[in-house]
Design a protein around this ligand. Structure first.
Ligand SMILES: C[S@@+](CC[C@H](N)C(=O)[O-])C[C@H]1O[C@@H](n2cnc3c(N)ncnc32)[C@H](O)[C@@H]1O
Length: 319
């Protein structure tokens, strides 16, 4: 996919219906050969729309007006490219805990959680947030933005109580520390404009993490997963999980991770874009609905649900 099509696809498939500002700007960037030429001067992995747009906002660039954006980006390209090269898309979306919760709560308790690709580690606290699935009674003690809402379809095994977590650790190539002001601001810039609910829950979760920082291990998940799982207490169920991480791995690294997970004495929850783990997708017994951006949620490679990319909905596959 060329860069212009990548920006068109981002507008059409990712932000449409969620962020009108980004939808318009990404479509206008796609139609601007001058901007596309600048972006094509970046390494391929750095041409992502969300990275460019977050970097522009981080530097105070205008995103609400495409003409002003074009002029600003051209005039500030060196600084903008520097931020793009120095940072990466590490969106930490606690809404995804609403997708994970039914599986976590159904496992033998207590749990030892190991999240790979944990970013700032805010999804390491599924037991810290509150949940409301449809109009059912709320679960957990979260308050305000820390109550995660989720629309469901099918026989979602909505739990009555939170899982009991006795140990947790995150792994990331570049763990983020939300106690650093610039880091938190970067995470905020990764939330699309207009998504005030996502921004509020990021800030709420970050505030809790400042008071009680997560244990984050720096490293490539393929290099450190075995030693981190080995540190989990023996009387807890070790659960390795990940959301929105597989796009960062090439095929060889992904296959190595899959082989390791099959071998490790741990349960494995994956919550990834549906084509990202072919072994999970191959076990689907019916095709996924077309035209809806969905994650595929699986336990030990068995697909159980499709999920909104930010945990906003959960469709149980069942039957
Ligand atoms: C889009 S973020 C998702 C963060 C978190 N899972 C969530 O759902 O909020 C992906 C994270 O994976 C990390 N990552 C990418 N490749 C990795 C690897 N090989 N080993 C460890 N972490 C990796 C990135 O640094 C980034 O923080």
């Amino acid at each position: 996919m060329d860069t212009a099509e990548r920006y068109r696809a981002f507008a059409r498939e990712e932000v449409a219906g969620h962020s009108p500002v980004y939808e318009k700007l990404a479509a206008d960037i796609a139609a601007d050969p001058g901007l596309i030429a600048l972006i094509d001067g970046l390494p391929p992995v750095k041409r992502q729309p969300n990275l460019l747009l977050a970097a522009a906002r981080f530097l105070g660039g205008p995103v609400e007006d495409s003409g002003a954006f074009r002029d600003w980006a051209a005039a500030h390209w060196t600084g903008l490219a520097g931020t793009i090269l120095a940072r990466s898309t590490q969106t930490n979306e606690i809404g995804r805990c609403a997708s994970l919760l039914p599986l976590l709560a159904a496992l033998p308790q207590p749990l030892a959680l190991i999240e790979v690709g944990a970013s700032a580690g805010l999804c390491l606290y599924p037991d810290r947030y509150g949940y409301r699935y449809d109009d059912r009674p709320p679960i957990g003690a979260g308050a305000g933005p820390l109550v995660l809402t989720c629309r469901t379809n099918g026989e979602v095994p909505v739990p009555e109580r939170l899982p009991r977590v006795v140990w947790r650790a995150g792994i990331d190539l570049n763990p983020l520390d939300v106690r650093e002001e610039a880091t938190l601001r970067w995470l905020e810039c990764l939330v699309w404009p207009g998504q005030d609910d996502r921004l509020a829950r990021l800030r709420g979760a970050a505030l809790a993490a400042v008071a009680d920082p997560p244990h984050l291990v720096r490293g490539d998940m393929n290099d450190v997963i075995r030693e981190v799982v080995a540190q989990a207490p023996p009387d807890a169920t070790p659960v390795v999980y990940h959301s929105a991480v597989m796009p960062y791995l090439d095929e060889e690294a992904r296959d190595r991770f899959v082989a390791t997970m099959r071998d490790l004495p741990a349960r494995w929850i994956s919550n990834e874009g549906s084509p990202r783990l072919p072994s999970v997708r191959a076990r689907l017994t019916r095709p996924l609905p077309e035209g809806r951006l969905a994650f595929l949620l699986a336990l030990d490679e068995e697909p159980v649900a499709t999920a909104g990319p930010h945990g906003e909905w959960l469709d149980w596959l069942g039957g």
